[in-house]
Design a protein around this ligand. Structure first.
Ligand SMILES: Nc1nc2c(c(=O)[nH]1)N[C@H]1C(S)=C(S)[C@@H](COP(=O)(O)OP(=O)(O)OC[C@H]3O[C@@H](n4cnc5c(N)ncnc54)[C@H](O)[C@@H]3O)O[C@H]1N2
Ligand code: MOO
Length: 525
């Protein structure tokens, strides 16, 4: 790369960072209201999202609801609403880009207009038996039994889920080990060192000590390397920098206490100890631990097979949006996201808005979970509900009290075959993914649910009066700050986000207690 190309790259990087910085670093310092507790793994029954833990882990039955034939009513034209950049009116809102807001990001109050960003169900739209957000998650988590288990070689197990507890196949360390380079010493010093050239080399890592060598006798020492087996009889390891050799004798210039710098056998675990519970996702650290504990392969749950069907005549798979058509944003997003969740995903299939094509695709699919995007509403080209009725699918969740994404749905196509219908608006689809698809996949993979983190909000966030809101946020000085560009059709906020904050209906106690943060699988730290 030439200097000029290097400068151009630097400038482009600075510009990109400046755009991000606008969202990441507010002009007004946020108020922090506390620090978040550490996240833990908990069984689903203890999931704080679960609505009523005392109700037991069984699925919440969906009320029987006869499905109508395809609705003839055309989609209502959206009411004329002021295009506010804030979703709900009459609330104090920190946003330096909101209409009427100051460029300095001072709090503004949006006048009470009586309309919100999402006009919600219009006349003629049957919202169905909508579920509370937490209940929807709970139903989704219990909709499927875990798939079976299979052995998997360590080098292929990343991202899988432990089907059983990881028990140590050996003590760790498996022998008393020198923690430092120096000398293994027996008893108090000074110590005699071996004289023969072979013995003087001492014990190296990976070497075994021949049984005929016998225990190290009191008053004797032998050179030893970090990681080497400590000879029987040794009482400590004296570090190289703490000893001086003179005339074949080792003198300590700092006292070595009993057992110092010896890692005793079994210090980390004993053979048979449970190192990790079933349901743990296999991370690089788990692979390392498993290898250290003697595993060549791991028992993992079978990966859920997921098929993604992207519906919409208007969607292009390449090039610029044109002539009323737009790029499919969900095909590229869902595949890798689902893979990160441990699923085996077939390449997304794009289907035209054609009821017969959808019927054929759903009938032919043998996936554990089919995920569709679009077609969940009641517009003339929204074929999902009628097609599910034609397939005699069992509705488990038909609409959720969550914004965005409220038309999301979950249905059982047949025993062992589920369908999650994500709304077409991209952020609404992500809300559906996190609300329904993630718990279904965790259930199928038998994966433990990570307790969500509670986080403080760095400023007021509008709450919906009756629905949970999922808002892209960024971490900042011990709190989270809501990002702009969080409209249902936008991904710009999400792409810069560290997670989605869960704002309970009406705001709940979130101002004092903080809110839950739904983690994104690629965000670390
Ligand atoms: N009369 C009503 N109309 C609508 C309601 C309602 O309650 N009453 N709800 C609105 C809400 S909220 C949502 S969300 C959408 C859900 O619509 P669908 O799931 O049927 O999705 P589509 O109509 O097919 O698409 C909606 C929107 O999203 C765009 N889209 C679709 N797929 C993709 C994709 N793969 N990548 C990028 N963008 C996509 C599509 O072009 C539309 O703009 O219904 C509202 N209507
Ligand atoms: O607006 Mo819709 O809430 O699901 O995106």
């Amino acid at each position: 790369m030439t200097d000029r190309e290097g400068d151009a790259l630097d400038r482009a990087t600075d510009e990109a960072l400046a755009i991000l910085a606008e969202d990441r670093f507010p002009l007004r310092p946020p108020r922090t209201t506390g620090s978040a507790p550490r996240a833990n793994f908990v069984p689903f029954a203890e999931d704080p999202f679960a609505e009523d833990p005392s109700a037991g882990p069984g699925p919440v039955p969906a009320p029987a609801r006869p499905r109508e034939a395809p609705r003839a009513a055309p989609r209502q034209a959206p009411r004329e609403v002021p295009q506010l950049d804030v979703p709900f009116a009459g609330v104090r809102y920190y946003d330096h880009a909101a209409p009427g807001g100051s460029r300095e990001g001072r709090p503004i109050t949006v006048p009470e207009t009586g309309v919100d960003h999402d006009p919600g169900p219009g006349p003629g739209h049957d919202p169905g038996p909508r579920r509370d957000w937490r209940t929807a998650r709970r139903i989704a988590a219990h909709a499927a039994d875990a798939l079976g288990s299979e052995p998997c070689a360590l080098d292929r197990a990343l991202g899988r889920t432990l089907a059983g507890p990881l028990t140590a196949l050996t003590d760790l360390p498996s022998f008393d080990t020198a923690a430092m380079d120096g000398w293994a010493v027996a008893g108090p010093g000074p110590w005699r060192l071996p004289e023969g050239p072979e013995d003087a080399a001492g014990v190296l890592a990976g070497q075994d000590i021949p049984p005929e060598a016998g225990p190290l006798r009191d008053g004797h020492a032998v050179p030893i390397a970090t990681g080497a087996r400590v000879p029987a009889g040794a009482t400590a390891v004296l570090r190289t920098e703490h000893g001086t050799v003179s005339q074949g004798e080792l003198h300590a210039n700092r006292r070595a206490t009993q057992g110092q710098d010896i890692r005793p056998r079994g210090q980390e675990c004993r053979q048979g100890d449970e190192l990790l519970p079933a349901g743990t996702p296999v991370t690089p650290a788990v692979l390392g631990l498993a290898a250290a504990a003697g595993y060549d392969e791991l028992p993992v749950t079978v990966r859920p097979r997921v098929e993604v069907l992207v519906l919409g005549d208007e969607l292009l798979s390449a090039g610029l949006p044109q002539e009323g058509r737009i790029r499919d944003a969900l095909g590229p997003l869902l595949g890798p996201w689902l893979t990160a969740l441990g699923a085996e995903v077939t390449a997304p299939r794009r289907l035209a808005d054609d009821a017969e094509a959808l019927y054929q695709a759903l009938s032919a699919s043998s996936a554990d979970l089919v995920i569709t995007t679009g077609g969940t509403a009641s517009g003339p080209r929204d074929h999902l509900h009628p097609t599910l009725a034609r397939l005699e699918a069992e509705p488990l969740v038909d609409g959720v009290a969550v914004r965005p994404g409220h038309p999301m749905l979950l249905a059982r196509l047949a025993p062992g075959r589920l369908l999650v219908g994500l709304p077409g608006n991209p952020l609404a689809a992500v809300a559906g993914l996190l609300t329904l698809a993630v718990p279904v996949l965790q259930g199928l993979a038998g994966r433990a649910v990570r307790a969500p983190e509670r986080v403080a909000l760095s400023g007021p966030v509008p709450a919906h009066p009756t629905d949970t809101r999922l808002v892209p946020v960024v971490r900042e000085r011990g709190a989270v700050r809501p990002l702009r560009f969080h409209g249902p059709a936008m991904l710009r906020g999400l792409a810069a986000a560290d997670g989605l904050a869960v704002i309970p209906p009406g705001g709940g106690p979130s101002r004092r207690a903080g809110v839950w943060l739904l983690a994104l699988p690629w965000v670390s730290g």
